[in-house]
Ligand binder design. Structure first.
Ligand SMILES: [Zn+2]
Length: 317
């Protein structure tokens, strides 16, 4: 290599390392002092790691997946490791976040710089206060603040928020946060890793698994719009916040299920069926009948959809 080329490479390397030390984001700062004396409920995740050790396993490229809890109670989120620091999606439990913060430092020798909260539900937010105290910037959709405060959730008030879109630059990587519309809560954030073709889609996405219970905190049209947005993305791995990672094909199957369930419940309601008749007459495809948790969740799923449908229709009077 001649001197000119060496100088060029050195300069290129320098600009790369400069870029890698300039974490930035397009979010808006939240005035934490407004919430300094807020009331909070007890942390329900205390002791949760006693019977199920948290894990951090490689997913692809510089992405990892943290888990806590065992079996069907598992919670998960993507972790991105860069030279400048780590970005963690959700916490899951206070004890698990304490472990994860130390584990990232131990294995990769970098601090956690960002924690992105997928939505304002306590089971996924738990532990965010651990990272915040350790100096990480907590990020969420702006709609997350009201329920965190109103429901007295004892986890972090975000440091930075956004409305529709936000970009985080960390260690030369770009992470895109996107709020499609209310779906599973109205504070849902899709976390897209464009270079790695990976997506965090917690609770809205499934992996041949039934959506949880009666679709609590549920908005049907926004859920479908969110799945449509996902199907347009160039991603090949989707962490769904539970179970095991999924694909876009799994989300297409979920979309079919949701649309079919909605249409059946609407048709049966318009035919004048009461709940006691209706829930016996909804049909599930052979494919859906094989999904994890089908037997536990099928009647609850119908109930959630029945509530949505009948809150959003009006008959002949
Ligand atoms: Zn949730």
């Amino acid at each position: 290599m001649n001197l000119f080329k060496k100088t060029l490479f050195a300069a290129f390397g320098l600009s790369l390392s400069l870029a890698a030390t300039a974490a930035s984001d397009t979010g808006v700062t939240v005035d934490q002092s407004k919430y300094a004396n807020r009331q909070v409920l007890p942390d329900f995740t205390a002791g949760m790691c006693d019977n199920a050790a948290p894990t951090l396993v490689h997913l692809k490229d510089n992405l990892y997946r943290h888990t806590n809890g065992a079996g069907l109670a598992v919670h998960s989120g993507i972790v991105m490791i860069t030279k400048e620091g780590a970005l963690v999606v959700d916490g899951g439990a206070t004890c698990a976040s304490e472990w994860l913060n130390a584990e990232i430092k131990r294995r990769f020798n970098v601090p956690v710089k960002y924690v992105v909260l997928t939505h304002a539900h306590a089971d996924h937010m738990a532990g965010s206060q651990v990272f915040q105290k350790a100096g990480a910037t907590i990020v969420a959709n702006k709609r997350a603040i009201e329920p965190i405060v109103g429901e007295k959730i004892p986890y972090a008030i975000p440091n930075r928020v956004f409305d529709k879109d936000m970009t985080i630059s960390l260690g030369g990587e770009t992470v895109k946060l996107h709020h499609v519309s209310p779906s599973h809560s109205d504070s849902m954030t899709m976390v897209l890793f464009p270079r790695q073709k990976a997506l965090q889609c917690t609770d809205v996405c499934q992996n041949k698994t039934m959506p949880y219970n009666d679709f609590l905190d549920f908005y049907y049209p926004g859920w479908i719009a969110t799945l449509d947005w996902i199907l347009d993305q160039d991603v090949d791995i989707i962490d769904i916040g539970h179970y095991t990672p999924a694909t876009k094909a799994d989300q297409a199957a979920l979309r079919n299920y949701m649309v079919d369930l909605h249409q059946q419940v609407l048709d049966l309601s318009r035919a004048g069926q009461s709940w006691d008749q209706l829930y016996r007459n909804v049909k599930f495809s052979p494919e859906v009948q094989k999904w994890t948790n089908f037997n536990n969740m099928k009647t609850l799923n119908i109930m959630g959809m029945y509530r949505w449908v009948n809150n959003h229709r009006r008959g002949m009077w």
